[in-house]
Design a protein around this ligand. Sequence first.
Ligand SMILES: *Cc1c(COP(=O)(O)O)cnc(C)c1O
Length: 376
Amino acid sequence: MNVLMVDLVNQYKRIEQEINKAVLNVFNHGRFINGPEVSQFAENLAQYLNVKHVVPVANGTEAILIALMGLGIQPGDEVIVPAFTYIATVEVIAFLRAVPVLVDVDMATFNINVGQIEEAISERTKAVIPVHLYGQAANMQQILEIARQHNLGVIEDNAQSLGAEYTFSDGHRQKTGTMGDIGTTSFFPTKNLGGYGDGGAIFTDSDELYKKMRMIANHGQNKKYFHKYVGLNSRLDTVQAAILNVKLKYLDEYISKRQQAAKMYDERLADIEQIILPSVQQDRTHVFHQYTITLKTNNRDELKQYLADKGIPTQIYYPLPIHWQEAYKQIVKLPVSLDNSEFLSEHVLSLPMHTELTEEHIDFVSETIKSFFRNK
Ligand SMILES: *Cc1c(COP(=O)(O)O)cnc(C)c1O
């Protein structure tokens, strides 16, 4: 059986006509930069998220960079981030010569350990970037409370959780990326809403931040050749916007397919005592960008190889916590212990997860994992 980690081709085949039509339409109108599809997509996404403003940008990394610039982060300013995340979250802080201050994550959610945020705050702390890792929200209620008390900006890195929801204690619900001052996302092809190339977006309810970030993404100008801010060129391609307009209509269906696949994994893997399955918090929905198991035993790499030998691809997100990365060792500030991040980097394994998985695929993956532990 041929199991793929992601399956973008078969997902495309289901909507081939619609995508082809949208793309050919761009080729025919010829407005390849900032064509009408781009502003249409910004509107569609704003409506989907129930957020006031969307700034489409070139990728998810620049989305975070522009968000930091929007908040006015200066060299030497401190920004609190989890040590267990994709490098992009931290790299843009370093790029601005600000200081990434690392805190740990919770074992159950893989998300920022809220208790450590206050410990990590200093006089120079300006912002915190919770990352909604693997498809589930961080504990936003407490993060927002701490941020308010200490006057910190909040940027939600929502590259992995577009469409996920979080419920506050008063019962009101919001989509991830819309609760902090700024939210960012990526349309990298393998993300839950993936284009057919690079893309990203920034969300905010603030008119002021919107105006500033939109200008920063466009060379710091809002009138051509008059530059108010130091900016950059970060645009969502018109062809990508055309594709994303089509795919956004299917995002909820894609999410539900991922949730169904996760449920099937849950049922089949439940009685393997050597592994911990992803846990969904009561106040959150999980959109399963990844289905990530945590091994209690020390043979993760052996399991990965065993599955690979049987034709089952898996991935390790992420094999090193940020403070063990060569480029970051010297740059980051480490006010708290990062035991969970270190442990997880050596014990997590992400299983095949996409919209085209069948019950047969999941049976095969699950049976193979079981057979690995049976033979131990
Ligand atoms: C993918 C990703 C990014 C960066 O997105 P790109 O579009 O690849 O630049 C940032 N943060 C997280 C958590 C991601 O998963």
